[in-house]
Write a protein that binds this ligand. Sequence first.
Ligand code: 5AD
Ligand code: SF4
Length: 435
Amino acid sequence: MRVPQVFIETFGCQMNEYDTELVRAILKARGYGFTDSADTADVVLLNTCAIRENAHNKVYGHLGLLKPLKKERGLVIGVLGCMAQNLKQDILAGDTLIDVLVGPDSYRALPDLLERAAAGLKGMVVDLSEYETYADIVPDRIEGVTAWIAVMRGCDNFCTFCVVPYTRGRERSRDLTGIVREAEALAASGCKQVTLLGQNVNSYQDDSHDFADLLLAVADIQGIERVRFTSPHPKDFPDKLLEAVAGHPKICKHIHLPLQAGNDRILRLMNRTYTRAEYLALVDRIRHRCPAIVLTTDIIAGFCSETDAEFAETYDLVRRVEYHSAYIFKYSERKNTIAARKFADDVPDAIKAERVARLVELQWGISLKKNRALIGQVVEVLVEGDGKRADQWRGRTDGNIVTVFPKIADGIKSGSLIAVRITDATVTTLYAEAV
Ligand code: 5AD
Ligand code: SF4
């Protein structure tokens, strides 16, 4: 019998990339094969993101493109992940191309739902769980020198703008032993770098172990050369974690520390539970203990009722902190969030866009300055694969900055950890030569 072929398209964050690997493992165990295009697939799955409106629109766009294929060949279409809660109504109303809808905690139900869909029955499982961590499933990873491990799922912070607590449910952690065993297996198969993922990694808890314990345990595994993590919440960054990052040679000197806003009233409205002064004090504490640290951030411009003067405080904070890079977003109202229920989305779109543009321009100047300051220095790069050009290698510095260099020396391959001298720099990329 012909093996049914599945094409999975993944939208959104690293957690979704990881979930796609889990879904592949679940489907593979039930005899499905995989293809890299909708044209050759029997089943197309979209692993979706709901964090901002444009992510949402992109998924609708892609669904539209599948319409002719569904008509021609009776393609089965499944939607996975964070948009599941939102699309429930569409399925119930019966007015959709979607055959199968599965939320982030219900991927184990997918094979059964696909079998029913092949027989013409639409179905969905979108319940959220307080326990599901998929701890027993080994993700079907595309072989490489880097890998993700989700160490916790869900979020209990309820930042007022954020849909994640609703789409991904309550916080829960995997146990440390299982994570270490998975990382050991990765090391044995040639993986050099592990990134520990969670919506809020500082809330990681396993009996007596906290996130610093976990990070150190993974960093001590033989064969793992680098450990990264994302993201911590600035409300709690314990000294113990800072000591781990600063003190362990294999824990990368990079912290992604989402700011969101630099004004106290807006931070309060966002329910971020820290003040501007507390955030700045944390940055000082981190830089004092670990001067080599690379800091990056996320910022939202144009949150409900944000004035010009309040935005100016965010701008000022970015200028002061000088992040190495930043993701900067227009506020996008998400259905059912606290902000959508309690506050008016009243900053005009043109002003949101202008604030984003001003921050981006400021940040690009800072990023370029910081990258150019590295010219002439020798840094260690983990080679991840080919650059855009086949005669170049692409890798990252310990601080996570993309670095490209010519393939001249022999003996270098994906997974090599080598010293390069930086010769040139742009806003996003370092150019180097092997030394
Ligand atoms: N609008 C804009 N940006 C958002 N983010 C989360 N929710 C929203 C929203 N409603 C951003 C935050 C978060 C990042 C992952 O996405 O900056 O840190
Ligand atoms: Fe969303 Fe805040 Fe949780 Fe991050 S910490 S996932 S921004 S609610």
